[in-house]
Design a protein around this ligand. Structure first.
Ligand SMILES: [Mg+2]
Length: 239
């Protein structure tokens, strides 16, 4: 059965921290000069450190930022001031409003092929706002935020909320995320196919297709025949 809908995780898949802005905004209170490259290098290890656990999404988001700046070299006693600086920056513009190169073009290609697109995110109720701030909201037919859905990944029910809104069966949907245990495991439990964006997925088992960015992953899936960008309706139905 061919793919009719592609659903995406938000954080570290579609949306990224704007590392340059964070480095500039936080350096005055960090006790060291932060760089965009230094923060980007700490992103994967920080994500792995806060993966799982029973914390709420808001607590996890705060722990992620703590881990990110600590792993980038900031002393623990500075982290409270770092958090305050981040709150000020977030108030000016959503912290997670960075978009990887060619993401917009990749989403446009999927839509041009007639695919339905959605977002399924473990978030604090703010994912719509973050997508809007990043200029991506209009690319999606449905956005499901765990805070509104009352259930979060890897629980398969959150994927079904999005599929029901789109009128698409699980076997006709592909989910793209960045954390194997949450995104791939959850999507598969709901009956979807799944693929991973690195680098935080780079330690994933080899039963899943992985690429460094959404744009590269879409290209790889198309090359491998796991995704067709022929317009819906013109496809070979045996696929
Ligand atoms: Mg993510």
């Amino acid at each position: 059965m061919s793919v009719r809908a592609v659903l995406f995780d938000a954080g570290n898949t579609l949306l990224f921290l704007d590392y340059g802005r964070l480095a500039a905004g936080v350096t005055p209170v960090a006790g060291m000069r932060l760089t965009a490259a230094g923060l980007a290098a700490a992103a994967g290890p920080a994500a792995r450190e806060v993966e799982g656990g029973a914390a709420s999404e808001r607590e996890r988001a705060a722990r992620y930022l703590d881990a990110l700046f600590r792993l980038a070299g900031v002393a623990r006693e500075r982290l409270r001031d770092v958090a305050a600086a981040l709150r000020r920056l977030h108030h000016e513009r959503h912290l997670w409003s960075g978009v990887a190169p060619r993401t917009v073009e990749a989403l446009r290609r999927l839509r041009a092929a007639g695919l339905r697109l959605g977002v399924v995110s473990n978030s604090d109720g703010g994912v719509e706002e973050a997508l809007t701030a990043a200029g991506l909201r209009s690319s999606f037919d449905v956005v499901v935020d765990s805070a509104s859905a009352g259930v979060e990944k890897p629980d398969p029910r959150i994927f079904r909320v999005a599929l029901a809104a789109l009128g698409v069966a699980p076997a006709e949907a592909l989910y793209i995320g960045d954390i194997y245990d949450v995104d791939v495991a959850g999507a598969r439990a709901a009956g979807l196919r799944a693929a991973l964006v690195g680098p935080s997925g780079s330690h994933a088992p080899d039963d899943v297709t992985v690429a460094p960015s959404v744009a590269e992953l879409i290209e790889l899936l198309v090359r491998r025949g796991e995704l067709s960008l022929d317009p819906v309706g013109t496809r070979d139905s045996s696929r």
